[in-house]
Design a protein around this ligand. Structure first.
Ligand code: URA
Length: 201
């Protein structure tokens, strides 16, 4: 029997089309030179996933692997995130992944001024995707989506309200690679996300 496609390589081979507005926005982001990161990136990193996701994961900024590939979360953090998405049980039609910053900051140092310039792109992406909920990954994405939320270690692992509707923060998957305690935290919170998705989405 053919079950739903649970491969995390979302976006590749997904049959539903993206809208013209989405394609125009993506082209605009790929050509963007509004801040200095446009001069140092290899690729702007727009999105991977479904044109109509229930859940959108929001990361911080592309790293070296993402800058090379032009896709978010394809390096080590991406493997961890893909494994988590499998645990949550989302099919390729149900989720999407993007970042606050569309271009890699040199040395992976988050650039707040660039994030302000980039903000309208994130807002327009979310307005077109209209997911039922967002999963900010780490402190930067949480601050961007819910400036009033408690800090990430307090907020992660449970649902919160935000100006965009429900959010379910997780620590950043790269943080989960840093210590045994954070890995355990990540794994517990991913299971909590799975349980929440089952009842709330
Ligand atoms: N970390 C992020 O926040 N985003 C990526 O795309 C990759 C690593």
């Amino acid at each position: 029997m053919n079950g739903p496609d649970r491969s995390p390589a979302a976006g590749v081979g997904d049959s539903a089309p993206f809208s013209e507005s989405w394609e125009r926005l993506s082209a605009e982001i790929r050509a963007c030179r509004l801040c200095p990161l446009g001069a140092t990136r290899t690729h702007a990193v727009v999105y991977r996933g479904s044109p109509s996701p229930r859940l959108v994961f929001v990361g911080e900024a592309p790293g070296a692997a993402e800058d090379r590939a032009g896709l978010p979360f394809v390096g080590r953090s991406g493997s961890r995130l893909n494994a988590a998405i499998d645990v949550v049980g989302l099919s390729t039609r149900e989720f999407g992944i993007l970042n606050v910053l569309k271009c890699r900051p040199p040395g992976n140092r988050f650039d707040r001024a660039a994030a302000r310039t980039c903000r309208p792109y994130l807002r327009r992406q979310l307005a077109l995707l209209r997911p039922r909920a967002l999963v900010p990954l780490g402190a930067v994405a949480l601050r961007e989506l819910a400036p009033e939320a408690p800090r990430i270690l307090l907020a992660a692992g449970r649902p919160l309200g935000s100006p965009d509707g429900p959010i379910f923060p997780l620590i950043h998957p790269a943080a989960a690679l840093r210590s045994r305690a954070l890995r355990d935290r990540w794994e517990r919170d991913v299971v909590a996300l799975r349980d929440w998705v089952q009842v709330a989405l």
